[in-house]
Design a protein around this ligand. Structure first.
Ligand SMILES: Nc1ncnc2c1ncn2[C@@H]1O[C@H](COP(=O)(O)OP(=O)(O)OP(=O)(O)O)[C@@H](O)[C@H]1O
Length: 231
């Protein structure tokens, strides 16, 4: 039987702008299985980031429910949500958000240290090896290429062993070849550790790497398909 790690039910997010209401999400029922890699595609302004923010507990819905790893987000207060985000969600954004004064290894383990948790050094070493960052562990972010910096951000997201990785246009600042390298490595790491990924992308080739592609239009899921199925 499939285990669902993410489930949204009739999820809505409306923004009131004067007399107008923007329906960023308008009744989204979306589920992700444990270990699955789902790509979300759709035009600019269709609601992709809003959906990711709701799943990651970065913002609260107007209506509907979000469940992640068996927890109902609407039942959590602010502090519980902060702990949820720290422990259960690994975020990867277009900007790498690395701490400039810390080296690669220190950046990767920083969220674990901030959480007061024990660092699994063996796991982190394996992660750096898989992401081809072994020789850069002492390097400062400013001395790394964009692709290397994004691989550090990916290592940081995975190091705390979250329930889910949420990636919002993670390769938006990278050239095509580097994007494919970085995403290829993310996929290898995710499969090895049975890590669940929800990734927003504009790039059809990157979406094809996913197990499943979900298209959003005007705040609604319009099409879901297995990315490897015939079109
Ligand atoms: N804080 C906000 N206040 C008002 N409207 C918002 C806010 N955040 C998002 N929106 C609106 O909600 C809609 C969905 O935005 P969202 O950022 O989710 O789109 P997106 O599909 O991620 O777009 P992009 O691909 O350009 O990043 C848009 O019309 C946007 O203008």
């Amino acid at each position: 039987m499939d285990t669902w790690i993410v489930k949204t039910q009739a999820l809505k997010k409306y923004y009131k702008l004067g007399v107008n209401t923007v329906k960023a999400l308008d009744g989204v029922d979306f589920s992700v299985r444990e270990g699955e890699f789902v790509a979300i595609i759709g035009k600019s302004g269709s609601g992709k980031s809003t959906l990711l923010h709701m799943i990651g507990g970065l913002d609260t819905p107007t209506d509907g429910e979000v469940f992640v790893d068996g927890r109902q987000l609407s039942k959590m207060n602010k502090e519980q949500l902060a702990v949820f985000r720290r422990r259960k969600v690994g975020f990867v954004f277009q900007s790498y958000n690395l701490v400039p004064d810390l080296n690669v290894y220190e950046n990767v383990v920083l969220p674990i240290e901030l959480d007061g948790a024990r660092i699994d050094h063996k796991f982190v070493d394996g992660l750096l090896r898989l992401l081809k960052l072994e020789e850069k562990r002492e390097a400062l972010p400013s001395t790394l290429s964009g692709g290397q910096q994004q691989r550090v951000a990916i290592a940081r997201a995975i190091a705390a062993k979250p329930a889910i990785i949420l990636a919002d246009e993670p390769t938006g600042n990278l050239d095509t070849a580097t994007s494919h390298d970085v995403l290829g490595l993310l996929q290898v790491v995710a499969k090895k550790f049975r890590q669940t990924i929800v990734l927003i992308t504009h790039d059809q080739d990157i979406a094809q790497l996913a197990d499943r592609i979900v298209r959003i239009e005007d705040g609604r899921i319009v099409k879901e398909r297995d990315s490897h199925a015939c079109q």
